[in-house]
Design a protein around this ligand. Structure first.
Ligand code: XUL
Ligand code: CO
Length: 445
């Protein structure tokens, strides 16, 4: 294997500590550091995504690719280029020192002239991936099928008005789910990129919901049939590419699962910039998913507060991610999920080494957020005031309401007799914000 795509980095990115002067070192991330009794690496379960980082040339709607990526240069034999791309990706994973990666079928495998030819290419490439995994000890966090780029999916995959497109998408997911299983993937993700509508003028909402439910039921059935052990994950996003996407946010996905008897079959893969596009804080979507038992995994990135689209920048806000990590830790941490960097470099960050800078910054941000979240748990920063706030529900009135023994009549009688007389209590928001900041500022190493 060639080892020279990232010659600026000679070994594994080292831990240099908070005052490190070498930008190619971690200031915070130490895989073996124990946090709340567990290694940092096992808490964070970090993954690199192959689409933005290895399959995208830095193009945008106004211009062609700008990135220095020899494996993407046009005119090469597609299978030779695919092999070089994997060599580069596994060299990068090894040097970055993280355990996982994620990919779509089309990120790694060239399309053939027919479905059978594409399937055979993927089969060959999966063999190469397996060899790299054996050699490097890296793992697949999740696989997914790209059901949004090809023109056949312009009007959706499962929600397409043409059942032939549904069938084609089903075939593609079957192959990719089996490929994910073959590679020991920890999860399988479905992002409904074009499962939505551009205009209601030509859209039958009820029919498309039924189609989507059928599709997800077939995928869950096949998972059980082949004995795939990982979680099936749905990735919510409110819009882009379509004007409106059905998997709008965690709460919408949850309602859909409950309506169609799919609760328990699917969890969510939450992406920071998707939650913010839906008008939520990322904290909100994570807290919702944990509270409703559908939390699965995370696509780590950040949006730009001045732009209204999915900028997918590398995360750099400890303030934002500490609260998300707090909810994750409170919920028991990841099981099979992890933090996948669904993040892309800016188009002017053309050098291959920029891939290291983006990931190092994102990983350190997560590591520091983990330390803050652990501090909040150890100090009961939010637990203690929250417990106090709801304490009344353990008392006589609260218990009688929750256990069903109180009725409107009995409550009215007690209120009218003056036995129940509520007094407003401060929510203490500013004090809590200060307490959270205290934990953020308390982390010094
Ligand atoms: C798109 C997005 C996808 C999914 C996988 O916004 O996040 O890359 O993560 O299909
Ligand atoms: Co994503």
């Amino acid at each position: 294997m060639s080892e020279d795509f990232f010659s600026d980095v000679t070994g594994i990115i080292p831990f240099g500590g908070p005052d490190a002067s070498d930008p190619l070192s971690y200031r915070v991330y130490q895989p073996d550091r124990m946090v709340l009794g567990k290694r940092m690496e096992d808490h964070l379960r970090i993954a690199v995504c192959l689409w933005h980082s290895f399959a995208w040339p830095g193009s945008d709607v106004f211009g062609v690719g700008t990135f220095d990526r020899p494996w993407l240069v046009a005119g090469q034999d597609p299978m030779v280029a695919a092999r070089a791309k994997l060599d580069a990706a596994f060299e990068f994973l090894t040097k970055l020192g993280v355990p996982f990666f994620c990919f779509h079928d089309v990120d790694v495998s060239p399309a053939g002239a027919t479905f059978a030819e594409s399937r055979s290419n993927l089969d060959t490439v999966a063999g190469w991936i397996a060899e790299h995994m054996d050699r490097t000890g890296k793992h697949l966090l999740w696989g997914t099928a790209n059901l949004f780029s090809h023109p056949r999916y312009a009007a959706g995959a499962a929600t397409n008005p043409d059942p032939a497109v549904f069938a084609y998408a089903a075939a593609q997911v079957k192959v990719m789910l089996e490929t994910t299983q073959r590679l020991g993937g920890a999860n399988y993700t479905l992002w409904g990129g074009r499962e939505g509508y551009e205009t209601l003028l030509n859209t039958d909402l009820a029919r498309e919901e039924t189609q989507l439910a059928r599709f997800l039921t077939l995928v869950a059935e096949h998972k059980h049939k082949i004995g795939f052990k990982g979680l099936l994950l749905i990735e919510p996003k409110p819009q882009e590419p379509t004007k409106h996407q059905y998997d709008y946010d965690a709460a919408t996905v949850h309602g859909f699962l409950v309506r169609h008897g799919l609760e328990g079959e699917y969890h969510v893969n939450l992406e920071v910039n998707h939650a913010t596009l839906a008008g939520h804080s990322f904290h909100h979507d994570v807290a919702y998913a944990v509270a409703n038992g559908i939390f699965g995994s995370i696509d780590a990135n950040r949006g730009d507060p001045q732009n209204g689209w999915d900028t997918d920048q590398f995360p750099n806000s400890v303030d934002e991610l500490s609260l998300a990590l707090y909810e994750i830790l409170k919920g028991g941490g990841f099981t099979t999920g992890g933090f996948n960097f669904d993040a892309k470099l800016r188009r002017q960050s053309m050098a291959r080494t920029d891939l290291f800078h983006g990931h190092i910054g994102g990983i350190d941000t997560l590591a520091r957020s983990l330390l803050v979240a652990a501090g909040m748990i150890e100090h009961r920063t939010l637990d203690a005031p929250r417990d106090a706030r709801y304490a009344g529900w353990s008392g006589a009135v609260g218990t009688s309401i929750l256990d069903g023994s109180a009725s409107l009549e009995s409550l009215e009688a007690r209120v009218a007799a003056g036995a129940i007389a509520p007094t407003p209590v401060s929510g203490g928001q500013e004090a809590l914000e200060n307490a959270v900041n205290q934990r953020i500022w308390a982390i010094r190493d």
